[in-house]
Design a protein around this ligand. Structure first.
Ligand SMILES: [Zn+2]
Length: 156
């Protein structure tokens, strides 16, 4: 089941990849069903808030008619940043499944762990390394192609 939902998150990441965005995707599951999907659209929307996780949280809240996502679980292909980790705690999401970790910006254990701070009134259960290779391979491919396109532009 974990892999099934992470594959769905990867499909969202692929949508970002197809529009030349950093490929990060996310789904939110409630009662065993996907109720919201999101992918990174930061450049497309020209908005720093347009991360996969926030896009999915917005849709899930709309669907459930509540800002509280108590019994929801999130699947995301890359470890959340500080902004998204903050929103995940604020939305009371119960559990998060993470594909690849992000040593340079991750806030679910890499730089900080905002999901597990004793003094906050809510903690999020973390499950890491779900389809890690597939998730990180998609990112690696994206950045490799980006470097190559920059190189070929220079040579023109
Ligand atoms: Zn984020």
């Amino acid at each position: 089941m974990e892999n099934y939902f992470m594959k769905e998150a990867l499909k969202q990441a692929k949508k970002a990849y197809n529009i030349k965005e950093v490929p990060i995707g996310c789904v939110i599951v409630y009662g065993g069903k996907i109720i919201a999907r999101g992918y990174n659209r930061r450049n497309t929307d020209k908005n720093t808030l347009s991360h996969a996780e926030l896009n999915a949280i917005r849709k899930a809240s709309k669907k459930l008619g509540d800002w509280r996502l108590d019994d929801c679980e999130m699947y995301v292909t890359l470890e959340p940043c500080q902004m998204c980790a903050g929103a995940i705690v604020q939305s009371r999401i119960k559990k998060i499944y993470i594909g690849a970790m992000n040593p340079k910006a991750g806030c679910a254990g890499s730089i900080l762990n905002l999901l597990d701070v004793e003094k906050f009134n809510h903690k999020v259960e973390i499950n890491k390394g779900i389809m890690e290779k597939e998730c990180s391979d998609m990112l690696k491919l994206f950045f490799k192609e980006l470097r190559e396109s920059k190189k070929s532009q220079k040579n023109m």
